[in-house]
Unconditional design. Structure first.
Length: 292
């Protein structure tokens, strides 16, 4: 039985269909990227995505103290050493030390250039504020370290432990007392959870379209925990102020649209807070302190 041969016109149509399929495959991902870019560009042009506008440091800062003031000297002396994750993309732009006028505690407010996640979202904060607090005794020696960790305030006793040290998370800049046991962190706020979040690539890609951010955290979980880039806050202080309410100084230095995270870690007296945690070994991990 003779073989059935397709009509020449059918062969032409088949070849055209194959070429069109191949072309569609080549265009698929660029088309998706173009659509995403167009969407983000539209949002950006509508003014919904804020752009960081960090003001120049003013000549006069509310509640600023003289560099020779004893509070200023103590703030420089107790300024923690930060260890950044070695692949950190964003700059630490400003550091403001706030000396409490009646309690033995100093806050170090950190203004980061940006946050790795959610920068493309409408009405997000264009910068990233984080905080480290240091408690001290009558001799000026450090006794406590508090850090802000994604809505939770962590605490570690620091008496007779020498230099205050904190670790700074990649991209999101959550801050941990150095040597934190990850099992002590709140549920779903461990480094493993945030490492997995760092592979939420569409979020990072969208952010990349509106500012110079990372495409991904393109390394493994061990490197995510590699806090090895030192930053000495004592050498980075933009200003030192003495006040219980630092909003005026922070607005002047960080810009009016900063995050306004809680200025102090606890409401009650610091001596009571220390007694409540004194039986705990700081090296075993941080405690969770009540927020003000």
């Amino acid at each position: 039985m003779p073989a059935v041969r397709p009509h020449p016109g059918e062969r032409v149509r088949a070849r055209r269909a194959i070429r069109m399929t191949r072309r569609a495959r080549r265009l698929r991902f660029p088309a998706i990227r173009a659509a995403i870019a167009a969407a983000v560009l539209g949002v950006s042009m509508s003014g919904c995505v804020p752009v960081a506008a960090i003001p120049a440091v003013p000549v006069r800062i509310p509640d600023q103290v003289n560099t020779a003031d004893t509070g200023a000297e103590l703030a420089r002396q107790l300024a923690p050493l930060l260890y950044l994750q070695r692949d950190e993309k964003f700059r630490l732009e400003r550091v403001v030390a706030v000396v409490h006028p009646t309690r033995p505690i100093i806050a170090y407010h950190l203004l980061w250039e940006d946050d790795a996640h959610g920068s493309w979202a409408p009405f997000t904060r264009p910068t990233d504020q984080e905080i480290v607090w240091v408690g001290y005794n009558d001799t000026g020696a450090p006794t406590d370290l508090w850090t802000y960790w994604h809505g939770t305030i962590l605490h570690a006793e620091w008496e007779n432990r020498g230099q205050l040290v904190a670790d700074v998370q990649w991209g999101k800049h959550g801050t941990l007392p150095h040597g934190t046991d990850e099992s002590d962190l709140p549920a779903l706020q461990g480094l493993t959870s945030f490492y997995l979040l760092s592979w939420a690539l569409p979020d990072l890609w969208l952010g990349r379209l509106v500012r110079d951010g990372p495409w991904c955290f393109c390394n493994g979980p061990s490197r995510y925990r590699d806090f090895s880039e030192p930053v000495f806050l004592g050498q980075r202080l933009t200003a030192i102020v003495r006040t219980a309410n630092p909003d005026g100084a922070l607005s002047a230095i960080f810009g009016a649209d900063y995050s306004r995270k809680p200025p102090w870690p606890v409401e009650r007296g610091m001596s009571d807070a220390r007694r409540a945690t004194s039986a705990r070994d700081a090296r075993a991990g941080p405690e969770i302190a009540p927020r003000s």
